[in-house]
Structures are given as C-alpha cells and as structure tokens.
Design a protein around this ligand. Structure first.
Ligand SMILES: Nc1ncnc2c1ncn2[C@@H]1O[C@H](COP(=O)(O)OP(=O)(O)OP(=O)(O)O)[C@@H](O)[C@H]1O
Ligand SMILES: [Mg+2]
Length: 460
C-alpha cells in the first residue's frame, strides 16, 4: 500500500508531530441467525454478551472473560451507526492528508462483507443496508463539495480508485479481469504498491459505486457449508485523494490514501469439510491470516519497547498493509464475531487478535508538499516563524519539561528521498527551536505544528 507523498523530512515530522495513533478496534456482533450465514443447527445459545458500548463478556468457563475495545456493537446495530463510529473520522482525516485504512477481520460468515459492502444480494448502493465502503464514498464526496465551495474554488481535488484481490497468494486486478497476476513493489516515493493496477478517476460517489460494483462482480466467492457467498480472497479497495490549494502563488498539495479492506475469513477444516480447490483456498487464507497475526504480535512487542523484526514480507497481505500496521496511516479494525456457542473458539481467537491489534502504535503524518518559487516559500516560512515566536511569547516561552528541545535534527535520509520543491536555511530564530537546512515544505509543516501545539514534544 502506498505511503505516497511522505512529506520532506518525514522522520522528523514523525518525531515533531507527537501523532502516535494506536490502531482502533470496533467489535461487531452479528445477529445469531439472520441471513444465510453460519448455521447454528437450531442452537440458540450464546457464547457472549455486550456489557457496555466498549466491553464484551465472553461466557468462558470457569469464569467469564471481559474484553475492552474502542467500541463494541451489539447484534441490532445499524449499518449507519457502524459507519459513524468507524469511518467518519478516517474519511475526515483523509481529507486532511492522512492515510486511512479500515479492515474487517473475523471468521467465515461473521459479517465482514456485510459490514464493508452490504448484503450479497444488494445491487445498488441506495439501500439502507449498504455498508462502510459505499457510505465512505458518499461522505468523502460530500466533504469535497463542501471544501471546494468554502474555499471559493481555490482548492481542487482529484480522486482515483483501484481495486485488487489477493487470491491463493496471487494479486489480481478486479478492475481488469483479463490481466495476469500482478506484483507488489516498494519504492521510496510511493511506499508499497501494486504495479500495473488499473486506476479509475472518479468525480462522484455514483462513479465510485460503479467502480466498486464492477470489481465486486469479479471477486471470487464460493458457497461453503459456513457461508453461501463466502469471500475466497482478500479484497482491497483504494481511493487516492489529492488536494491542491493555491494561496499567493504558493500551491499546497496533500495526498492521502483510503484503503477499505474486506478480508477472507478464517475457517476450520473440521467445520467447513472443504476439499479440492476450496481446501487450497482455505489453507492459503488461513496462512495469510496467520502471517497477519504474527506481524501484529511482533508490532505489539515493538510497542512495548522490544526490538523485533517485522515479517511484513511473509505474505502479500501484510506487505500490502505495511503502512497500515505500525506505519503512516490511521487504522481502524472491525472485528466481526458470531455470538453462537458453536463459534466460541473462533470468537475467542478474534477477540484476542483484536485486543493485541489495539496495542499497536501507528505514526500517521499529513502527506504534504508545497510548490512555488523559493522567495514566496521563504516569505511563508517567515510568517510562520513570526506566528511561532508570538505563540511562544504568549505562553511565556514554555516548552517541554527538561527545557527546550530541537524540533529538527540533522538532515535525515528521509529528506534526500523526498521530492524537493525548494531549500532554505534558517538560523536559530526562536529560543527552543533549532532548524537546520531542510526543505521549505518540511520546515513549514514543522513550524505549523509547533504553532498549533505551542509546546515541543520532539524526541530526537
Ligand atoms: N449484521 C448483520 N445483519 C444481517 N445479516 C448479516 C449481518 N452480518 C452478516 N449477515 C449475513 O450473514 C451472511 C454471512 O455474512 P458475510 O458474507 O458478510 O460473512 P463474511 O464474514 O464476509 O464471511 P466470509 O469470510 O466467508 O466471506 C450474509 O448472508 C450476510 O448478509
Ligand atoms: Mg466475505
């Protein structure tokens, strides 16, 4: 997944921003028997109950176990309410230049596709039961329209989407069913991306629905004993958003990606009784979900201060989601669970997965770049410096405990790999702020943050 437009000096920005977002987790309990999901064989007994809007009680023996998440949604939760809790903030962040990822995780038949897309029989996206993906399009284009209007048209947006699936550890383009399998590449500018994937420009939610429907028709689903329309691949819909704002001949560009992921579900062979190609699919799905679990465990260790190698490259899924797991993105995981007693084992493992994932810290930054001539950019930097000086004066020059901290260190490797739009060197303009040679855009972003925060949390 691309981390495009990592701003100049991104490593510095990470440190200076203090933006350390934990992955957020939303647990959704599906209804016991609705739809054609997991058969309960008439068994109506439950293995869990939702004890508060963020706790779930698993009826384990000898003692029930309570798990806490950012949000827990009971069986009767509407699609609209799921969207509001999970996706609204992520879409708004994307509008501000942050990458965002939402992915649905859980056992087969637990409601991942229902949550992300809607019921399988849905053939348009006006239905009340439409899921997170179509609702995200609507909200995104609503926000775009509002921003363009507010800015008096000085701001413009460009949206393009791609849609791929990972099937048996191969990547296929859902927008071009004739294409052969594709490869993942990683480069400094774009991060991890699928080489050669079709990208369609869209100007409205309706156009985005069309791209979604077209890809969805190409996705591999099959009937299994656990789910009549079981997803046999991981599907990743990516919306790339670019905004340009011109002010006094300085153009500010922000780029972000919104990744909407419907994973294939884990399944136990003893429950599904699969064989032949279904069995091959299932083992490939289980293997990649296992790699996802291992990456998450390693990231949790890293969050606890341990030094660990993160094996992103062990599966296509984890490599593609690299930035969403511990990297430059705001990530929300929807953990779907089935409440039936028969599903106790899978539900427990989903809840444990989700609990670990919550501990991972991502480092989301605004992906921003500035164009203009050096003089104009320097004038803007000067203005920001003045604002910063003012902010410091009004706060009595307070800084972080332990005295002033430098906001920028020496020119880092990240600087040289970014797209340069201009250079500037600042002396030590304000007490507590040390700026060395860096890109004007990087400097601007740092100064802007410092102005906003009015204190320094940099840990260099
Ligand atoms: N919250 C819900 N309300 C009503 N129906 C639901 C809900 N969740 C799931 N269903 C129904 O249950 C069935 C299985 O759901 P779905 O296909 O979304 O599962 P899944 O997790 O995507 O499974 P798989 O991993 O096999 O693809 C579908 O018929 C779906 O419409
Ligand atoms: Mg599915």
């Amino acid at each position: 997944m691309s981390s495009s437009g990592k701003g100049p000096g991104d490593s510095t920005l990470l440190a200076a921003s203090g933006d350390s977002d934990s992955i957020k987790v939303f647990v959704r309990v599906r209804p016991l028997t609705q739809g054609t999901g997991l058969t309960t064989d008439g068994d109506q007994s439950l293995c869990l109950n939702v004890s508060s809007p963020n706790t779930i009680r698993l009826l384990s023996k000898p003692e029930p176990r309570t798990f806490t998440y950012d949000h827990v949604a009971d069986m009767d939760t509407s699609q609209d309410s799921v969207f509001n809790s999970v996706a609204r903030n992520i879409v708004e962040s994307c509008m501000n230049g942050y990458n965002g990822t939402i992915f649905a995780y859980g056992q087969t038949g637990s409601g991942k596709t229902f949550t992300m897309l809607g019921p399988s029989e849905l053939d348009n996206f006006t239905d009340e039961l439409r899921g997170v993906i179509p609702r995200s399009f609507e909200y995104l284009f609503f926000l775009i329209g509002r921003e363009v209007e507010r800015s008096g048209k000085s701001k413009s947006f460009l949206c393009k989407c791609s849609f791929i699936e990972i099937y048996n550890e191969q990547i296929y383009d859902l927008l071009d069913s004739a294409s052969a399998s594709l490869f993942l590449r990683e480069n400094i500018k774009k991060g991890v991306f699928v080489e050669g994937a079709v990208e369609k420009f869209v100007n409205s939610a309706a156009e985005a629905y069309q791209v979604l429907s077209m890809g969805w028709r190409n996705r591999r689903v099959a009937s299994t004993s656990m789910n009549r329309e079981s997803s046999r691949s991981h599907a990743v819909f990516t919306m790339t958003l670019e905004s340009k704002e011109s002010r006094n001949e300085v153009v500010n560009i922000r780029r972000s990606q919104l990744n909407l992921v419907d994973l294939a579900g884990s399944e136990r062979q003893k429950d599904t009784h699969t064989e032949g190609s279904r069995l091959k699919e299932a083992s490939s799905i289980n293997r990649s979900l296992m790699c996802l679990g291992q990456v998450i465990m390693a990231l949790v260790d890293v969050s606890n201060g341990k030094s660990r190698h993160i094996c992103y490259r062990d599966s296509k899924l984890t490599f593609l989601l690299k930035d969403s797991l511990g990297g430059n993105a705001k990530t929300y995981i929807i953990a779907n669970v089935h409440p039936g007693s028969k599903c106790f084992g899978e539900t427990l493992s989903t809840l444990q997965f989700a609990q670990r994932a919550k501990l991972i810290k991502n480092k989301a930054v605004i992906n921003e770049d500035t164009q203009g001539n050096v003089k104009q950019l320097q004038a803007e930097v000067k203005k920001l410096k003045e604002q910063l000086a003012q902010a410091l004066t009004s706060s009595g020059g307070d800084s972080a405990p332990g005295g002033p901290q430098p906001l920028m260190g020496t020119r880092s490797k990240a600087f040289s790999r970014s797209r340069w739009t201009g250079w500037a060197t600042l002396e030590h303009p304000v007490e507590g702020v040390e700026l060395v040679q860096c890109s004007v855009a990087g400097m601007k972003t740092t100064l802007r943050r410092a102005v906003r925060q009015n204190h320094f949390e940099a840990d260099l």
